[in-house]
Design a protein around this ligand. Structure first.
Ligand code: COI
Length: 373
């Protein structure tokens, strides 16, 4: 596949952000994007183009605007101390992208196209990958149904595009502990639905719960299962973990939970690097509340590509507040040089970001230089 490039002259490009660590998440974009079209009647995907970041032109009847065939990924490009651009488990993201596409009845993007498009776009936008530890260039690959047709069926045309956004911390308060409001009425996803796919509809379904959480003075929702409202599923738009009796416990992937790549990495690092027993199982909200009250739960945190690892400090459930002894992760994390000694949350954060930014040697093949994609 040969990717055509239509690039802006250098004098027409934006200036780089001075302090990317302070940028609000996903509000600034680089100069260029990648776009590639699919048509049933043209034999599938064309070969794609890198062109100036620009608005999309869509038929007002486009499938995405009515029936929401949409899938996305979230990845980051990191700058190593030697100045190299690194990606974290990019093939895993490509695989999950295709799993989501299959679930939404959309055409898959061949893994090599997905990776090549990313590499070539990042090469064009190389200078946008921040130098600062803690900041990164967020990568948002997306596919939307573009056919203009109001009959309810799979679109016959799609657009795959990638946009890039320099980002600092996901939450305005950096890595301060967040508060979660436990929703026992709204659900994010139901069994048999699209909960394990990374599709915009899941996030749309979560907005009202999120609004109510804010009205209760909380940052995000702790989602319970849709069937019984008894079991913990996710925290906001992230996976959720807790340390119970010194074991790291997270809800088992049940079909309604996003199979997070940070989630998977955290489980492996906790076991291999810190010798922690990990459990993936059902966790009843009653067990969580009881565990906070009697001190058996010592830490809770959420994970995701955007936020990495964010500590949970408070749960609000049935009108009561439950406080955890969780400490903040320092706002401007230093590059770890010695084994950390603090909470598991902090240790995992330091280790994971150390790998991602290339200051800790990766023996697992997780960290891939952009040039090797
Ligand atoms: C991530 O953690 O990367 C997410 O998917 C959250 C995102 C929707 C901003």
């Amino acid at each position: 596949m040969h990717i055509k490039k239509t690039l802006l002259p250098h004098h027409a490009r934006k200036s780089l952000p001075e302090n990317p660590i302070t940028l609000p998440f996903g509000r600034h974009f680089t100069d260029h994007m990648f776009a590639m079209e699919y048509r049933d009647d043209a034999g599938g995907w064309n070969s794609g183009e890198i062109k100036p970041h620009q608005p999309l032109q869509l038929d007002p009847a486009a499938n995405i605007l009515h029936y929401c065939q949409q899938v996305f990924e979230g990845q980051k490009a990191y700058r190593s101390p030697q100045g190299k651009i690194l990606l974290f488990r990019p093939q895993e993201h490509a695989r999950r992208f295709n799993q989501s596409l299959r679930r939404l009845c959309m055409p898959e993007v061949p893994e090599e196209c997905y990776l090549k498009a990313q590499r070539e776009l990042l090469e064009v936008e190389e200078q946008w990958v921040p130098q600062t530890h803690g900041a990164a260039l967020y990568i948002r690959p997306t596919v939307i149904g573009t056919e203009g047709a109001l009959g309810v069926r799979s679109s016959a045309a799609y657009l795959f595009y990638i946009i890039l956004s320099p980002v600092g911390a996901y939450f305005a308060n950096g890595l301060q502990p967040i508060s979660l409001w436990v929703s026992d009425s709204y659900s994010r996803a139901a069994a048999g639905g699209t909960g394990e796919a990374k599709t915009g509809g899941n996030y749309a379904a979560s907005m009202l719960g999120g609004k109510i959480a804010k009205e209760h003075g909380c940052d995000q929702v702790l989602w319970l299962d849709a069937g019984t409202h008894r079991y913990v599923e996710e925290g906001g738009s992230m996976n959720i973990f807790m340390v119970i009796d010194d074991k790291l416990v997270t809800p088992a992937l049940s079909g309604t939970i996003l199979p997070g790549i940070t989630r998977k990495s955290v489980l492996e690092l906790a076991a291999d690097e810190f010798g922690i027993e990990c459990q993936e199982r059902q966790i009843a909200i009653d067990e969580v509340i009881e565990g906070i009250k009697n001190g058996r739960i010592t830490e809770m945190f959420c994970t995701g590509t955007a936020a990495v690892i964010v500590p949970i400090g408070t749960l609000c459930y049935k009108g009561a507040r439950y406080e955890l002894p969780t400490a903040a992760i320092p706002d401007a994390p230093t590059i770890p040089t010695a084994p950390p000694t603090s909470t598991l949350t902090q240790k995992l954060y330091d280790y994971l970001t150390g790998l991602q930014y290339g200051s800790i040697v990766d023996n697992r093949g997780w960290v891939v230089p952009c040039a090797a994609l």
